[in-house]
Design a binder for this molecule. Structure first.
Ligand code: NAP
Length: 282
């Protein structure tokens, strides 16, 4: 995408970086010369992710971290600084999600998603942000949202509320931390197929097809397309962008409601022609 390795020597920390989108972001960063740190709870995810990223020639550190535990994030940050001496980019990508009607959602499920997505993103941002501020290094944070943060979405009350909180966090930190040379941005992808999302959000082909019908572009994004947009926001080409949320959804959220008229535009044209014809005849 870029003509030179625009993240050369930079260190990027990606939560949930062993699977799905997180792993794809790590791969894009490594191709641009960055060293990457991936962290999550399951060591098997980390080992498989590390192998794939290393196969591109990238340097990778892995940490078993639960983003709900500030102590484990603090220890990871200290260890990265000891080994690599810097952190330039934090991507808050870790998330949990499942579809559940709001009136029946177990409070444990509500708390768990809020803890991972909202609290976890803040703990990571505060701990790594403090290092960026105190060391006078600056840096940047990218948060991964979903468009239901502002549209709402049935069955996603826990995730939608958590992501809406992270959108507010993105804008608040962008304003507070601009003076420290820290940019804070977000992306809101539409559906893209990963093993985790498939299991939890569209377990059948019928469900996947029903979701696809709602997307004006007529297909899901690929994780690579989403990761490339994140790469742009992380790059020097986006140096003056902060507090922004870049939507990558093939037009899906704009196509909601009245937007569906697009499927009937030709019917409108036929009606206009018929009306014109009958006017001429009378
Ligand atoms: P995924 O592969 O299931 O990614 C989720 C990652 O989060 C996993 O690597 C998981 O690793 C990690 N994780 C979960 N709980 C954690 C915790 N407490 N501490 C640390 N890590 C934790 O799913 P994905 O589809 O790539 O999703 C990535 C991001 O994109 C998420 O923020 C999601 O909300 C967002 N998104 C996805 C879609 C989509 O259609 N797929 C659409 C919009 C937004 P462990 O299990 O090893 O902890």
């Amino acid at each position: 995408m870029f003509s030179e390795k625009c993240l050369q020597n930079q260190v990027a920390v990606i939560t949930g970086g062993g699977t799905g989108l997180g792993k794809e972001i790590a791969k894009q960063y490594v191709l641009q010369g960055a060293r990457v740190v991936i962290c999550s709870r399951n060591p098997d995810h980390l080992a498989a992710g590390k192998e794939e990223i290393q196969s591109l020639g990238g340097e990778v550190l892995t940490y078993q971290v639960d983003v709900r535990e500030p102590k484990s994030i603090e220890e990871m940050k200290d260890s990265i600084i000891e080994q690599w001496g810097r952190i330039d980019i934090l991507v808050n990508n870790a998330a949990g999600n499942f579809i559940y009607p709001a009136e029946k959602l177990p409070l444990k499920g509500w708390k768990s998603v809020i803890d991972i997505v909202l609290n976890g993103s803040f703990y990571c941002s505060q701990i790594i942000g403090n290092w960026m501020i105190e060391s006078n290094h600056g840096g940047q944070i990218i948060n991964i949202l979903a468009t239901y943060a502002w549209t709402g979405g049935p069955g996603t009350i826990h995730s939608a509320c958590a992501k809406a909180g992270v959108l507010a966090m993105t804008r608040t930190l962008a304003v507070e931390w601009a003076r420290y040379g820290i940019r804070v941005n977000a992306v809101a992808p539409g559906p893209f197929d990963t093993e985790g999302a498939r299991q939890r959000l569209w377990p059948t082909q019928e469900m996947q097809q029903a979701i696809t019908r709602e997307i004006p572009a007529g297909r899901f994004a690929t994780p690579e397309e989403v990761a490339r947009a994140i790469l742009f926001l992380s790059s020097p080409y986006a140096d003056y962008i902060t507090g922004e949320c870049l939507t990558i959804d093939g037009g899906a959220w704009l196509g909601k409601g009245i937007g569906k008229v697009v499927e009937h535009l030709e019917d409108f044209e036929k009606m206009r022609m018929a009306a014109k014809k009958s006017k001429h005849q009378s």
